[in-house]
Design a protein around this ligand. Structure first.
Ligand SMILES: *Cc1c(COP(=O)(O)O)cnc(C)c1O
Length: 431
């Protein structure tokens, strides 16, 4: 299909993430991707700074992941998980239990991050129903969070940048604490934790769980907060006997420099969600892990079973690719590699610090963020970045990078330099 036809169909009939069918941002036809590069239909090659929204940690078209997919295809692409089980899923379940904190022993495989969050919330609610405490049905979360686009997930997204205004008639009303003001690497002062402590004390009789993204708040603002804060939230949850749900869909599998971001604080959640990089960006798959206490609690009360079961639960193809992706990650000194990325992002983005209009540059692990004082003109910036041979998709006041882990030093330097140059031009034009 030629590009003109492709674009015509796209414009006439296809939804893209967060777009209107009319008058929307341009889209770029892509025909292939390999390593850390996207190849557009017009032949241009772009260095990928997004890892396709945190997912493609090993880059694109990886021979090991391709081989895992082919081998599994020759066995079976899918069978139902109701009443059947299979090696790809059991290998994955065992690996996830081994890699995550000790209390997490029970794995629910599901289709996408948002569904994993729905499952996590449903587990927390069912836990309290089974315990004879159905009034404990609300969630506490911190502002600037993002947990997905389905309804319960939306209810715990940031109430301002999320979709609360639009859906306030149907969204469950949750309890919101301010976003943590103590930064990563800093201690958490009394004043930082006091609002959460107060809200937990006030609402403890109706709270099922606290849900948060550990250490890095992703799509809600790309903020990095204190490990000490997370540790104190865990202690407060213990004190008031409220469950803690850690949403590691974005942070899992090494992105922040630890395999899971909870490790920065040395804490274990009661429920953990994983997704995005789980299959190395090949196909959609997510997982919700529960502690023995949560799983046994759910089993002990009516109806005695967990009430969720997606059609494609435990999809063998997705599980086989996930197994290969995790094996590939752990086969290398991935932590040293993330340090290399952190160093490259720090060095490459440093010149942005002195640009007018830049509020802050921050880097953690394989995440680099340039926060501006004003929202970026997305359409224009995107075009200029593509002209400079890089794929970056800014939002709001944020231009951020989270490249595939396989990016070379030279590619990373090019990526950062393009961002700095485009932001520099932007400033000049504004003057
Ligand atoms: C992306 C994301 C989700 C939602 O995942 P989908 O696969 O897009 O449904 C949930 N939580 C966090 C922290 C995310 O980054």
């Amino acid at each position: 299909m030629d590009s003109a036809t492709l674009l015509a169909i796209d414009r006439a009939h296809a939804w893209h993430p967060y777009t209107a069918p009319l008058d929307r941002d341009p889209v770029y036809p892509v025909r292939a991707a390999r390593g850390c590069e996207l190849e557009l239909c017009d032949g241009r090659v772009l260095i990928d700074g997004m890892a396709s929204w945190w997912c493609a940690i090993h880059g694109y078209n990886h021979p090991v992941l391709n081989q895992a997919a082919r081998a599994q295809l020759d066995q079976m692409a899918h069978v139902m998980f109701g009443g059947l089980t299979h090696e790809p899923a059991m290998r994955l379940v065992r690996t996830l239990v081994e890699l995550t904190p000790e209390p997490l022993q029970h794995v629910f495989l599901c289709d996408s991050g948002s569904v994993a969050v729905e499952v996590a919330i449903k587990m927390a609610l069912q836990f309290w129903i089974a315990a004879g405490r159905p009034e404990r049905h609300r969630l506490l979360t911190i502002r600037s969070g993002y947990h997905g686009d389905t309804f319960n997930a939306m209810s715990v997204c940031d109430p301002v940048t999320g979709m609360h205004q639009l859906f306030n008639r149907v969204l469950p009303q949750q309890v919101f604490a301010p976003a943590p003001s103590c930064r990563f690497g800093e201690a958490c002062a009394e004043a930082d934790i006091a609002p959460v402590a107060e809200l937990l004390a006030r609402h403890r009789h109706e709270l099922a769980a606290v849900i948060l993204e550990p250490i890095v708040q992703g799509a809600g603002g790309m903020r990095f907060y204190s490990a000490d804060y997370l540790r104190q939230v865990r202690e407060l949850c213990d004190q008031y006997d409220v469950l803690l749900i850690a949403d590691e869909i974005a942070t899992g599998f090494g992105r922040t420099g630890r395999l899971f971001a909870c490790e920065h604080a040395g804490i274990a959640p009661d429920i953990l969600t994983l997704g995005k990089a789980l299959t190395g960006g090949y196909v959609t798959l997510a997982a919700t892990l529960a502690s023995q206490r949560v799983a046994h609690g759910i089993a002990s009360g009516a109806p005695g079973m967990f009430m969720h079961g997606p059609t494609f639960m435990g999809n063998p193809l997705a599980c086989a690719i996930a197994n290969a992706s995790i094996e590939l990650l752990l086969a290398h000194d991935w932590a040293a590699n993330i340090q290399r990325l952190e160093h490259g992002l720090n060095t490459g983005l440093a010149p942005a610090r002195t640009l007018a209009g830049v509020a802050e540059v921050r880097v953690l692990g394989g995440i680099g963020v340039v926060e501006l004082e004003q929202p970026v003109p997305m359409r224009e910036i995107q075009r200029q970045l593509v002209e400079r041979g890089v794929w970056v998709r800014p939002f709001g006041r944020l231009v951020y990078l989270m490249p595939p882990y396989v990016i070379t030093d030279a590619q990373l330097a090019h990526l950062c330099a393009a961002v700095v140059a485009v932001l520099g031009e932007q400033v000049e034009q504004a003057e």
